[in-house]
Design a protein around this ligand. Structure first.
Ligand SMILES: [Zn+2]
Length: 272
């Protein structure tokens, strides 16, 4: 439905003889952008978000020229770097055995909690979404695995007495804070690397888009001319391409001087 609205707005527009707002700035590129999942092209929605099937971050179908760094990549990277020292510490303490003595469960709890609950929060959100959408995926497993390890360890650290004595060694129950923290940190690292790879692909496409001109010179019904953003070019518009200019859109040549590219010609837009 969104796609239908999109195409109606740009492709089959009955173009006015005179542009009512010739000086209007180009519409923000995000308006009308369709987002899709790299793994599930059938997913299409008008807002950014996560794929309802696999939980992957949706990407715009057409990368926008001049777009900055993906805010989600910046967020994931921040979560990764801020909690990496905690993950390393909690792992070292868990492996060290007797360090910190009776205080060890509390130290591990203090170190592991920000990693799992703050850094891993986006993963729990996706895990819950996957259950709501009845589409189990990677995030269901990561959410379940880290959530179970964290909750079990939380109870074991706070109330070790409720566990059977066979679970206890010197009054302490085995903790898995470091396992949950390592899973969250490694998953974050994987997400950051995946985002980087995807943004490099996008950058290559953006470089190609950059080769196309950003404006076109439209000839009004009274034969005067105006420069308009490419997005305002409609089917049926007559465009002038002057010497040395790039051809902005596909079209049919209406008038051409004999010595193109030295002359100029008029385009009648036919295709998008
Ligand atoms: Zn997907």
């Amino acid at each position: 439905m969104n796609d239908a609205e999109h195409s109606r707005g740009t492709h089959h527009h009955e173009h006015p003889k005179f542009d009512l707002q010739p000086e209007a700035p180009p519409a923000p590129a995000t308006a009308g952008t369709i987002f899709t999942c790299p793994m599930h092209p059938e997913i299409r929605q008008s807002e950014p978000g996560n794929c309802p099937k696999c939980g992957m971050t949706l990407e715009p179908m057409l990368p926008e020229a001049g777009e900055g760094e993906n805010p989600e990549l910046a967020d994931l990277r921040r979560r990764f770097w801020w909690t990496l020292p905690l993950t390393v510490l909690v792992t070292l303490i868990a492996m060290s055995g007797g360090l910190f003595g009776a205080a060890r469960p509390w130290v591990e709890l203090a170190l592991g909690t920000p990693v799992v609950l703050w850094s891993g929060w986006p993963f729990f959100v996706r895990g819950v979404q996957s259950v709501k959408n009845r589409s189990p995926n990677m995030w269901t497993l990561i959410g379940l695995g880290t959530g179970a390890a964290y909750l079990y360890s939380l109870v074991a650290a706070v109330l070790p007495g409720i566990f059977p004595s066979s679970f206890q060694v010197d009054g302490q129950v085995a903790l898995y804070f470091e396992a949950a923290a390592v899973i969250v940190s490694l998953t974050l690292l994987g997400q950051v690397l995946e985002f980087k790879a995807r943004s490099e692909t996008g950058a290559a496409i953006k470089a190609l888009l950059g080769l196309a001109p950003k404006t076109a010179r439209r000839i009004r019904a009274d034969d005067s001319e105006e420069d308009i953003p490419l997005t305002h070019v409609h089917v049926g518009d007559r465009l002038r391409v002057r010497p040395g200019e790039k051809v902005p859109v596909d079209g049919v040549v209406l008038v051409s001087t004999a010595t193109f590219p030295d002359g100029f010609f008029l385009l009648n837009r036919q295709l998008v």
